[in-house]
Design a binder for this molecule. Structure first.
Ligand SMILES: [Zn+2]
Length: 310
């Protein structure tokens, strides 16, 4: 009897100890298509989520080709977060090919004020881009106001797959939206002293249309919105003439672009290329664009300094 009771108590302790000894609820596994979204998911999810990013820092999401390991990653996650607007056409194909059955968030869902993609190398202010391809510019994260929509969509997606975390996701999203508002106000102040004639920038590919629309800056790019499309020699020559005619000194290359095009442009137009801007990818940790907020502060500072030379 005595032994029996001890055995029973031991068994009971074992049973009771199982939930206590088990780790706290498993974090929600999320796949983000590229690094900027990965950062936003981490901010909204906090320690409740683990994020895997398919296109990492300093990499080009336009020309990304998923590897078999990416299909494996995706299948082990509960939520796939993409930008949409044709930015990562490979993401839906990957999900389909892998047989992914989890939830999805398209971060730009419900976004207002989308702008059409300008034609590569076109001078938008001369009606030269009349033959715009009719597609939408996907780089909507370059306007902090748009990222508020991204963050709300991400919070809603996380809440769908993890309803117990709803309040936490909402609180994190609200706090981050305040930071985005502060970023926007700060950016307005950085550009405030520039004249309309100074507000012109050359970048390698056309990733900054939304930033330009928000802060009244004209961006010119030889490569258009998609890095897959090589600009023609004629388009590059037109851009060089424009740089010389309008005396544009704010010339930048992006962290994920091939720098050779801008080196040629810089040489032929006789201008110096400024520091790298972070357009479609964050920097690695320890570099100036390791989070969305850092990347935007870096870009805005560089752009404002560059345009002062115009
Ligand atoms: Zn891009």
């Amino acid at each position: 009897m005595h032994t029996n009771r001890r055995f029973l108590l031991a068994s009971l302790a074992l049973i009771l100890s199982i939930p206590l000894a088990a780790p706290a609820a498993e974090p929600v596994a999320v796949t983000a298509s590229f690094s900027i979204l990965g950062d936003l998911v981490s901010v909204v999810g906090g320690p409740r989520v683990t994020v895997t990013t398919l296109v990492g820092p300093d990499q080009d999401a336009h020309s990304f080709e998923p590897r078999p390991t990416d299909a494996k990653t995706l299948l082990s996650t509960q939520l796939l977060v993409t930008n949409g607007l044709g930015f990562e056409p490979w993401a839906d194909k990957l999900a389909k090919a892998a047989g992914y059955k989890g939830d999805k968030v398209v971060a730009t869902t419900g976004l207002k004020g989308l702008t059409p993609a300008p034609a590569p190398g076109a001078d938008k202010h001369k009606g030269h881009s009349g033959h715009s391809h009719g597609t939408v510019d996907p780089h909507a994260w370059q306007d902090p106001q748009n990222v508020m929509v991204y963050v709300r969509n991400i919070a809603a997606g996380l809440t769908r797959v993890d309803p117990a975390g709803a309040t936490i996701y909402q609180t994190n999203a609200d706090a981050y939206i305040k930071e985005l508002q502060a970023l926007d106000t700060w950016a307005q102040a950085q550009f405030a002293g520039l004249t309309p004639a100074q507000r012109k920038v050359i970048t390698s590919h056309d990733a900054f249309g939304y930033l330009g629309a928000r802060y009244q800056i004209q961006f010119l790019a030889p490569q258009g919105v998609n890095t897959d499309v090589e600009p023609s020699a004629k388009q590059v020559a037109q851009l060089i003439r424009q740089i010389q005619r309008e005396k544009i000194r704010a010339v930048f290359v992006e962290n994920m672009s091939d720098p050779r095009l801008m080196a040629q442009l810089s040489r032929d137009a006789g201008v110096t290329v400024g520091a790298a801007l972070y357009s479609d990818a964050l920097s690695r940790a320890g570099q100036p664009g390791a989070t969305y907020l850092q990347m935007m502060r870096h870009n805005v500072s560089q752009l404002a300094a560059g345009m002062k030379l115009n």
